[in-house]
Design a protein around this ligand. Structure first.
Ligand code: ZN
Ligand code: ZN
Length: 395
């Protein structure tokens, strides 16, 4: 056999190797798809036995956390969880209401919030990027739906003249986006207050491509709340930087906020507090109870509860602010990842009890018609007052 003959055989072997490699890669791709949780035969919304992203996808501070993404809310779980004693909150010696915040609060109106809620939850069409479209779902796996929602958020901040950008993150090799808008601080711009909510929605099977998922309370309400805080604070002189962050992938297990908090940690961002709003629109009984979850003062997060409680009192809002200290909620929303990294963070949310919780949660009935508008307006006003103080509003 000639040397040319050997060369041909070697070339053949190389080609064969490449073909085998390509076939193996295709096989892996199929395996990955199976891991997305589409064909496991169990009902994700009921048994919580889902395939979440691997721990190795996120910073080790989040390791081993059961985020219960997509899991049905179980009030029994809350009752079983012991409420711990909460430190008293001093609401004496309140300064007189700041007229700028009084004016800001007055500008938060039912028509104003209804506008955003209707568009985000698909009740009405909106012109997004020059086209009349309806956002029927904000499920993170529905590329078209979440893209419309992301664009709507970006367009909103652009219309206010607030700097806005998408922040990419990867989970299981796929790219997703959070949206971040920012008002720079006038005195200590390196210090950052975060006001946030999650943009995505689900009707109980977040690992599937849900074609309709209105998510009016969960969490178009929080998204709208973040919008309103940004709109009202943008013309005030704030000492610290305030960031308005809209997370995706929340319903899959806090993906977007874990990744965003990891990015902040890598950038050594000096975060002084995170105010997360997730479900602030349902209240089915008198008393207007709103729960603030601080993980039992984790990292000193109780400071934010104090700021919110004092703001509610100072601005004479019709709210019963409850400092819950109930650990059933610790990892149920996007404040969790920030607490994991050692920052102060709270979740602002509806009453988390068996007879107070939103019965439409994660269903097709989570629509604008079930929203308690006066209640939601008061929660947004409380957050405006607290964030203005926390971000050191200047005289
Ligand atoms: Zn939520
Ligand atoms: Zn949810």
């Amino acid at each position: 056999m000639s040397i040319i003959g050997w060369g041909a055989i070697i070339a053949l072997l190389i080609v064969l190797g490449l073909v085998i490699n390509a076939i193996r890669k295709t096989g892996n791709g199929q395996n990955n798809n199976n891991n997305d949780g589409h064909n496991h035969g169990h009902q994700h919304g009921e048994d919580c036995d889902h395939e979440r992203a691997d721990d190795s996808e996120f910073h080790s501070v989040h390791a081993g956390k059961d985020t219960r993404g997509g899991c049905k809310f179980n009030p029994e779980e809350v009752r079983r969880t012991r409420f711990r004693g909460t430190p008293p909150i001093d609401v004496s010696n309140l300064p007189a209401p700041d007229p700028r915040i009084v004016a800001a609060n007055a500008s938060v109106t039912i028509p104003g919030i209804t506008h955003h809620l209707n568009i985000l939850s698909g009740e009405v069409a909106s012109v997004i990027r020059g086209k009349s479209v309806t956002i029927r779902t904000r499920n993170s796996h529905n590329a078209e739906g979440i893209e419309l929602a992301l664009s709507y958020v970006e367009d909103y901040y652009k219309s206010l003249g607030i700097a806005v950008k998408r922040v990419a993150y990867q989970v299981r090799g796929k790219t997703y986006y959070n949206v971040e808008a920012e008002i720079r601080g006038a005195v200590n711009p390196e210090k950052v207050v975060i006001v946030s909510g999650h943009l995505d929605s689900t009707v109980g099977s977040p690992w599937q491509n849900e074609k309709v998922a209105p998510g009016a309370d969960d969490d178009a309400s929080g998204t709208t709340g973040v919008f309103e805080v940004a709109r009202t604070l943008k013309d005030l002189k704030l000492g610290y930087t305030v960031r308005f962050v809209h997370f995706t992938g929340e319903e899959q297990g806090l993906w977007g906020s874990y990744k965003y908090s990891d990015q902040c940690a890598a950038a050594k961002t000096d975060i002084v507090g995170v105010f997360q709003m997730d479900m602030i629109g349902y209240c089915g009984k008198p008393g207007n109870r709103v729960d603030i979850h601080d993980g039992e003062d984790r990292n000193g997060s109780h400071d934010l509860v104090v700021a919110l409680t004092r703001a509610a009192k100072r601005y004479n809002l019709d709210l019963n602010v409850v400092d819950t200290h109930n650990h059933a909620v610790d990892n149920r929303s996007d404040h969790a990842g920030f607490q994991d990294h050692g920052w102060k963070a709270v979740l602002i949310s509806i009453e988390f009890t068996d007879d107070g919780f939103d019965p439409n949660y994660h269903t097709l009935q989570d629509r604008v018609s079930a929203i308690n508008f006066p209640y939601m307006v008061e929660i947004i006003r409380m957050t405006i007052g607290a964030v203005a103080e926390y971000a050191k509003i200047q005289p």
